[in-house]
Design a protein around this ligand. Structure first.
Ligand code: PMP
Ligand code: GLN
Length: 384
């Protein structure tokens, strides 16, 4: 019997995310999976032991809605060490279900129907749909290829009275580009000129910048007063599957964000929060992370010199981009699938992060992998 019910999709152009598609293909093909970004090495045993302790203590019921206070205090201490500034754990820090939930809750809290939101392509995949679902209008600008820097003059031209939010990502996934001081200054100038503008700065890879000189918006008091800043323990402590992150914002913005957070997830996994609080307090264990990943980057990129792939600049994140135009003229999505099936190495095609599907013949490899896995992948990639 034919039903009269017609599902009107709120996201008609959205399919299954490329991370799921490529990881599934890698598994099916028994390929080395350098596509979806996640580490494949064991985590720190100290952190593991804190998880066991939290379980032994039966820390298994709901956590407070904004996050466990011990974890928020530990985060405030971390921020003070990083920025020599005081952050109030009660009013400015919210523990979230990964940066993804933070981003959604922020957008739902501040974007109303018809509001414009500026974002830069290639843009991380959850940005655009989160804006659309809330009735906002995503306005896509392109980072300048091949350095993937923001053209701030173009930004100035695009901002108008309807622009509610500008979304930035530094270090940048998938491009691997990072900000210098002039970027902070340019954003400050824009915020000065447009007092109604808010900023969402996605800084989940803050500790994976190879010159160890991350330009957080929190460095600027002006930007701090207008920004939501998102972080992820998944990236920093190699626990992407825990889905725990946090959002830093001034008290009046945090109040609004928490109104959504409390009905979106209410609170985040208590056991893991307890473990993270123990692990973080009085420690600066994040400090060696950029050097750790720099060695992996060097191993991968040196090995790849023998291949026909051409590297793009990689200044941060655990991803690097490679031009494959000497190997194939296939569209990048087809190329990535072909390489997974025929050569057993999975990557991410970069065109999927562009609203207009710009295909620069570039794929992204994740080097957050054991040295053995990277060496095997290099061996296969050099034979193509
Ligand atoms: N933003 C960017 C740029 C990312 O790469 C990721 C990682 N997947 C996220 C946000 C989401 O982080 P999480 O896994 O903590 O939700
Ligand atoms: N952030 C990870 C990446 O860029 C994947 C996250 C996800 O699978 N949603 O690969």
């Amino acid at each position: 019997m034919k039903s009269d019910f017609m599902m009107q999709s709120k996201l008609p152009d959205v399919g299954t995310t490329i991370f799921t598609v490529m990881s599934a293909l890698a598994n099916e093909q028994n390929a080395i999976n350098l596509s979806q970004g996640f580490p494949n090495f064991p985590i720190d045993t100290v952190l593991k032991d804190f998880v066991k302790k939290a379980l032994d203590e039966e820390q298994v019921q709901y956590a407070p809605m904004p996050g466990r206070l011990d974890l928020r205090i530990a985060i405030a201490q971390k921020l003070e060490l990083q920025h020599a500034k005081i952050f109030n754990p009660e009013t400015e820090i919210t523990v979230t279900a990964g940066a993804t939930e933070a981003i959604y809750s922020i957008i739902a809290a501040v974007v109303s129907k018809g509001d414009e939101v500026l974002m830069f392509d290639p843009a991380y995949d959850c940005y655009d749909p989160s804006v659309r679902l809330n009735g906002g209008i995503p306005v896509h600008l392109k980072l300048k290829f091949p350095d993937f820097k923001i053209d701030w003059n173009e930004v100035k031209d695009k901002i108008n009275s309807k622009t509610k939010l500008i979304m930035v990502n530094n270090p940048h996934n998938p491009a691997g580009s990072v900000w210098d001081e002039s970027d902070l200054k340019a954003l400050e100038d824009i915020c000065n000129k447009y007092p109604h503008l808010l900023v969402l700065s996605d800084e989940v890879y803050e500790h994976i910048q190879f010159d160890n000189n991350h330009q957080s918006v929190l460095k600027s008091d002006l930007l701090r007063s207008r920004s939501f800043v998102t972080y992820s323990f998944g990236k920093t402590f190699h626990v992407t599957g825990w889905k725990i992150g946090y959002c830093i914002a001034p008290a009046e913005l945090t109040v609004e964000m928490r109104k959504v957070h409390q009905f979106n997830v209410f609170c985040v996994n208590n056991t893991m929060q307890a473990a993270l609080a123990d692990y973080l307090i009085g420690s600066d264990s994040w400090r060696g992370i950029a050097d750790f990943y720099n060695d992996k980057k060097a191993l991968f990129m040196n090995g790849m010199k023998q291949s026909k792939f051409k590297p793009l600049k990689c200044e941060g994140t655990y991803f690097c981009l490679y031009d494959f135009s000497e190997i194939s003229s296939l569209p990048d999505v087809e190329f990535a699938k072909w390489m997974t099936i025929e050569h057993k190495v999975a990557s991410i095609p970069v065109s999927v992060f562009y609203e207009d599907k710009t295909d620069n013949k570039v794929v992204r490899f994740c080097f957050a992998k054991t040295d053995d896995m990277l060496i095997n992948a290099i061996d296969r990639l050099c034979k193509i």
